[in-house]
Design a binder for this molecule. Structure first.
Ligand SMILES: [Fe+2]
Length: 304
C-alpha cells in the first residue's frame, strides 16, 4: 500500500495490515478542510482510525461524523432509537443507572460480541461507524477489528472466483437469535428490518480495494442449500478473523474510533455488565449505494 503524505495530522500504524492512530488534531474544534481531507485519505488507506483524547460531546461527534456523509437514524428498540446517536452502553440515559440484566436494550447488545459489520442488515448498509468512549470499564469491553481486505487478498484464487458470484442474505433477527432467543424481536421490530441481500465481496469506490463482506447477520447464501451456505460463511469468517488479521483496541476514555464497515468486521469483548459502567456513543455514516443490485440478487436467489 502506498502511504499518503500528511501535513496536518500525525499517523501511526497500529497493525501491519490496517488500523492507525491519528494525533495532532483537535476534533472538538472546527476542522479545516485540509486536515479533514487528510483524515479521509488515512481512513481509506487504513480502514480503522483511532483518535485518542477527543473530549467530544454529542454535537461535536455528530458534526465530525457528518463530514463523511449522511448519518443513519437508529432503529426502534435500541438505546437512542429514532435518533442519530446509538448508545452502546449498559447505562440507561434516562436514569443514569446500570440497565437491569433482563432488559431487552441490554440483551440485544450481547450480539455485539459476535463478529459483525454495522447495519449490514439494511439494504444500503453503513459505510462507517464512529464510536466514542465516554465511560470505560476497568476490565473488558475491548473492541477487536478484522481486516477484511487482508482476508480477501489471502483467499485462494478459486475461492475468490466463487465468492465474487455469491450473494448472502443478512437478517437482524437471525443474529439476535444467536445470542438471545428466536422470538426476541416483536413482529413489528422484525417488519422494520426484513432480510436483505448483500454481495459477499465489495470494493471501495474511492480506492478500488476489495474486501470480503461478512457479518453475524449473514444467515445463508442465496440460491444455495442452507447448510452449504452456512458452511461457507463459517469457513470464510474463521479465515477472516484469524489472529494475524485482527487488531484489538483497549479503550481509554475519550478515544474516538472510526471504522469502515465495508473493509473490516468487529466485535466487542465482554465486561461485567451488571457492575461496571460502559458508555459508548456511536454515529453511523450511511452507505452510498447497495452492495448488490436487485436484479443480481434475484439472479443469485434463482441459481442453484
Ligand atoms: Fe457494531
Amino acid at each position: 500500500m502506498s502511504e499518503p503524505e500528511f501535513e496536518h495530522i500525525t499517523v501511526r500504524r497500529l497493525h501491519p495490515l490496517f488500523a492507525a492512530e491519528i494525533s495532532g488534531v483537535d476534533l472538538t474544534a472546527p476542522l479545516a478542510e485540509p486536515a479533514f481531507a487528510e483524515i479521509a485519505a488515512a481512513f481509506n488507506a487504513h480502514a480503522a482510525l483511532v483518535f485518542p483524547g477527543q473530549r467530544l460531546d454529542d454535537a461535536g461527534q455528530l458534526a465530525f461524523a457528518r463530514r463523511f456523509g449522511d448519518l443513519e437514524v437508529l432503529q426502534k428498540g435500541a438505546i437512542g432509537e429514532r435518533t442519530l446517536l446509538a448508545g452502546i452502553s449498559n447505562v440507561d440515559p434516562a436514569t443514569d443507572d446500570i440497565i437491569p440484566a433482563d432488559d431487552p436494550r441490554l440483551l440485544r447488545q450481547y450480539s455485539n460480541e459476535l463478529w459483525h459489520t454495522d447495519s449490514s442488515f439494511k439494504r444500503i448498509s453503513a459505510r462507517a461507524s464512529l464510536l466514542h468512549a465516554r465511560e470505560v470499564p476497568a476490565t473488558g469491553g475491548d473492541t477487536s477489528f478484522a481486516c477484511m481486505r487482508a482476508a480477501w487478498d489471502a483467499l485462494p484464487a478459486d475461492r475468490r472466483a466463487l465468492c465474487e458470484t455469491l450473494v448472502a442474505e443478512h437478517d437482524f433477527a437471525y443474529s439476535r437469535a444467536l445470542t438471545v432467543k428466536d422470538d426476541f424481536l416483536t413482529p413489528a421490530q422484525k417488519a422494520e428490518v426484513p432480510p436483505v441481500p448483500q454481495a459477499l465481496v465489495v470494493a471501495n469506490p474511492r480506492n478500488g480495494r476489495k474486501a470480503l463482506y461478512l457479518a453475524s447477520h449473514a444467515s445463508h447464501i442465496l440460491g444455495w442449500p442452507r447448510a452449504r451456505g452456512r458452511a461457507l460463511l463459517d469457513e470464510l469468517t474463521a479465515h477472516a478473523t484469524r489472529p494475524d488479521f485482527v487488531y484489538t483496541h483497549h479503550w481509554r476514555q475519550w478515544d474516538l474510533v472510526m471504522w469502515d464497515n465495508r473493509a473490516t468486521m468487529h466485535r466487542g469483548s465482554a465486561y461485567d455488565y451488571r457492575r461496571d459502567r460502559r458508555v459508548m456513543v456511536r454515529a453511523t455514516v450511511a452507505g452510498d449505494a447497495a452492495t448488490v443490485s436487485a436484479d443480481d440478487a434475484a439472479r443469485a436467489a434463482a441459481a442453484s
